[in-house]
Design a protein around this ligand. Structure first.
Ligand code: SF4
Length: 324
């Protein structure tokens, strides 16, 4: 097991952070424990219990290691976990393990899906969408179909960290994949969604318009569930050392939970305020008529342009500039 970061939040600091989350008021945020591997924290089950005691819902995305056993999943269920996130990037062990760089992770992930099903845990499967993985995505869908999955989310690669060895999809291939996602989402036995690709909402609206679906029907449709949520707006990320960022892939800190209240940062920090207001976005995302519903991936905009207010380069849409 890798050593914990020397500056990782202690148990007491984590409790203080949970108090801050409870301070958001109604509705309380949902907490997703991710990593690394959250199973590495010896106080994990205590922290989940403390979050639940404060009325905060908790999901977890554990790594597919030998530590992820049926017994651990049962304990997570008993602790009141509301969601189990697992990563499946390819339809075969050879391809998935090559991407993850660890042999055996495909088999462990599929086993964890089966265990999660047997326990009745709501499962979210996350699949990376990159130039390398895109050809295998339809086969991943077929593999998942017979399983009791609540949600399948395609994470459109942003080239930072581990992602750097993989290639992001071109805008044209991204558009094609989003169109395919919309097509399969209509009959899928689970919710099909995207991560770091809010322009999927624009693609879905365009497709629904072509199908003659009315605006009211669109609002209730799956692809527009959560419309408006984007990095820093409806989502925030707190690192293991307490840094408060708009998203995991948008590593600009607006404060630290050791010295700042997370709800105040979310509401009042200039970075977050600018991300709440799409009129402040630059380039196409700034004048696009879809920007309240979509707004583009702020993380990808930052990676591509150096500012989190830039244009998401994955999107092919060319809006008409507003005349003033
Ligand atoms: S231009 Fe920006 S806001 Fe408009 S649809 Fe594309 S990503 Fe979304």
């Amino acid at each position: 097991m890798p050593a914990a970061h020397p500056d990782e939040l202690t148990f007491e600091e984590s409790l203080a952070f949970l108090d801050q989350i409870a301070g958001f008021g109604d509705p309380l945020p949902h907490l997703i424990l991710t990593g690394g591997d959250p199973l590495n924290r010896p106080d994990l089950f205590l922290l989940i219990a403390e979050a639940r005691r404060r009325g905060v819902g908790v999901s977890i995305t554990p790594a597919a290691t030998a530590a992820l056993t049926l017994d651990v999943l049962q304990r997570l269920k008993d602790a009141g976990i509301e969601g189990l996130g697992l990563s499946l990037d390819a339809p075969t062990a050879a391809a998935h393990d090559a991407i993850r760089g660890v042999p055996g992770t495909f088999d462990r992930t599929v086993q964890a899906i089966r265990w999660g099903e047997s326990l009745g845990l709501p499962i979210q499967v996350n699949t990376l969408a990159s130039a390398e993985t895109a050809p295998g995505i339809p086969a991943v869908f077929e593999l998942l179909k017979p399983h009791e999955i609540a949600r399948w989310s395609l994470f459109f690669l942003i080239s930072v960290g581990r992602g750097k060895v993989l290639q992001p999809l071109s805008p044209e291939d991204g558009e094609r994949l989003m169109s395919w996602i919309f097509s399969v989402s209509r009959d899928a036995p689970f919710i099909v969604a995207t991560t770091e690709a809010p322009s999927y909402r624009r693609v879905a609206i365009e497709r629904m318009r072509e199908m003659g679906i009315t605006g009211e029907q669109m609002k209730r449709s799956g692809p527009l569930r959560g419309a408006g949520i984007r990095d820093g707006h409806g989502i925030m990320f707190v690192s293991n050392t307490g840094e408060i960022c708009p998203a995991g892939f948008l590593p600009i800190s607006a404060g630290n939970v050791r010295t700042h209240h997370v709800a105040e940062v979310y509401r009042d920090a200039p970075l977050f305020k600018s991300l709440h207001d799409p009129r402040q976005f630059e380039g196409r995302c700034g004048y696009c008529e879809y920007n309240a519903l979509c707004g583009g991936s702020r993380a990808r905009a930052y990676e591509a342009t150096g500012t989190p207010l830039g244009t998401d380069p994955l999107c092919t849409y060319i809006p008409q500039p507003k005349s003033h």
